[in-house]
Ligand binder design. Structure first.
Ligand code: F6P
Length: 509
């Protein structure tokens, strides 16, 4: 069988992310099957990897699963094992109970535990070692997301010949928040091991550059950061030698020069395979399913939809509050309006998520108890994940899509809804705190903390004339079709392949 060692130096393009795109599940009879992993990262990277003949390194989603590399859907997958303890400390702890709330503007309080950090370092090293093993001489490694921020520097130390990219799928917080992190300097140094560091929004890239200036004092010019290197490092850098320049460093003696490596930190807003969503939406069976969904809901005049991982960053509670008040005010009536809320299970062993679930389900239960009738539910609440086909049917069935995140890196659900609406109908209500709001300018943009404003937006969506719906949706669709995921990965990988401007090679004396 294939072992990681048998793939040493095999791949010139390697993606590293916490999760693989699929979990391999083996039933009692030993038959394997696959389950798609949750979240936007997988949605975005899967089509990219299917095009590129590279390898994808990640965790399988279960404990102590030392599976051998395997192939799925034309992608080479190389599993990295995590023990039950590492899942608790590195994944549930440091990644999702320290970094996640910290990077999402402390909507929930981050917990800081030294054992969690130690496990984070240890697991990051394992991912870095695996990438160092399988990547070919002079190859490119693209590291993904907040779970693996130390990997770029760990990899660079072992393999200075590689070109290293990093993309952060979630927000990067303002320095006043980031500076809480006891390991703030280590994380920044870890990221600076990359040649290009990508963020969702320009504001995220700005927050990062500011943290670099404040913590390390490096000079930044626009999107370029000068990272000082030692002569030894410069000497050992093989392929990346071209990105080493000589430049005057502020504060240095007149005429003194220092070797720096240039790192680019810049926004590359992620997207989806828009054509694929449209293709699904045009399928007669999926359209029939959309019709069936509406019938199942009692054919209400207006179907509203929310689709989220069950996460406190998504503003599900704010959405329910606005919806509930509109029912209470008599502005909405369950006889003609219903809200479908898909809340897919996520990080269920983390306490904050358990509390959120209790909270949301209590609210849904109360609202349904107060307002549902025998024939019409106020809220159809679904605590499940669904295949893409079913999601597209839901998008087609929904007159109004509610994306009310309190903070969100991008929010690909907003883009999926738009990409599916080839009929140029439907209204997107979109939080200005989601990265997607920078691009989707003709959505009804809201501040979800402003419940009155949110209620007004919902009413505006409900009464919006067809011509206006269509005008707005056309503009949204144009954006999502042009700026699709292929364009995202191409622009990132092009930046990675192009050494930043103003390079001067060191002169031999
Ligand atoms: O980008 C946020 C993220 O953590 C991704 O890495 C992943 O796509 C998604 O959320 C799902 O989270 P998890 O892997 O913790 O289930």
């Amino acid at each position: 069988s294939t072992t990681p060692e048998s793939l040493a130096g095999e791949f010139s393009f390697v993606v590293v992310s916490n999760r693989l795109p699929v979990d391999r599940i083996t039933d009692a009879d030993g038959n394997p099957s696959f389950r798609t992993s949750p979240g936007g990262l997988v949605t975005a990277l899967e089509p990219v990897m299917r095009e590129a003949d590279g390898a994808w390194i990640g965790w399988t989603g279960s404990a102590d699963d030392e599976a051998d590399p395997f192939e799925h859907d034309g992608i080479h997958l190389i599993p990295v094992g995590l023990s039950a303890e590492e899942i608790e400390l590195y994944y549930e702890g440091f990644s999702n109970d320290t970094l996640w709330p910290l990077y999402h503007d402390v909507i929930a309080p981050p917990a800081y535990h030294r054992e969690w950090w130690e496990s984070y370092v240890q697991v990051n090293r394992r991912f870095a070692d695996r990438a160092a093993l399988v990547t070919a001489e002079g190859g490119t490694v693209w590291v993904q997301d907040y779970q693996l921020q130390l990997v770029p520097q760990m990899l660079r130390e072992q393999r200075p010949d590689l070109t290293i990219g990093f993309f952060n799928h979630i927000p990067f917080p303002a320095y006043g928040i980031y500076s809480q992190l006891p390991w703030r300097t280590q994380i920044i140094k870890g990221l600076l091991g990359a040649d290009v560091i990508g963020f969702q929004r320009t504001a995220d890239a700005g927050n990062f550059s500011r943290a670099v200036r404040r913590l390390l004092g490096h000079q930044t010019k626009g999107t370029v950061i000068d990272v000082p290197v030692t002569d030894e490092e410069a000497g050992s850098a093989k392929h990346r030698i071209s990105s080493v320049k000589v430049s005057a460093v502020k504060g240095a003696e007149a005429g003194a020069q220092k070797l720096v490596r240039t790192v680019v930190a810049k926004a590359f807003p992620i997207s989806i395979d828009a054509a694929r969503y449209e293709e699904l939406a045009r399928r007669p069976d999926i359209q029939a399913r959309a019709k069936e969904i509406r019938e199942g809901l009692g054919n209400p005049a207006v179907v509203m939809l929310g689709v989220d991982r069950l996460d406190y960053t998504k503003g599900i509670g704010h959405r329910l509050k606005a919806f509930g008040e509109l029912l209470a005010d008599g502005k909405l009536d369950v006889e003609d309006v219903t809200l479908v809320q898909v809340a897919s299970p996520s990080r269920e062993r983390v306490r904050t998520y358990q509390m959120l679930r209790d909270d949301i389900e209590l609210t849904v239960g109360r609202l349904n108890g107060d307002y549902s009738t025998i024939s019409h539910q106020a809220i159809s609440y679904l605590h499940h994940g669904y295949p893409r086909e079913e999601m597209v049917a839901l998008y087609l069935a929904a007159d109004i899509m509610l994306v009310t995140a309190l903070r969100d890196g991008m929010n690909l659900v907003a883009k999926e809804y738009v990409a599916s609406r080839f009929d140029n109908d439907g209204v997107l209500v979109l939080s200005e705190f989601a990265g997607a709001s920078d691009e989707l300018r003709t959505a009804l943009r809201v501040n979800p903390h402003d419940i009155e404003g949110l209620k007004e937006a919902i009413m505006q969506a409900k009464t919006m004339p067809k011509a206006e719906r269509s005008r707005r949706m056309r503009a949204l669709r144009k954006r999502v079709q042009e700026y699709d995921v292929a364009r995202w990965s191409t622009s990132f990988l092009t930046a990675l392949a192009t050494p930043s401007d103003g390079l001067v090679l060191p002169k031999a004396n």
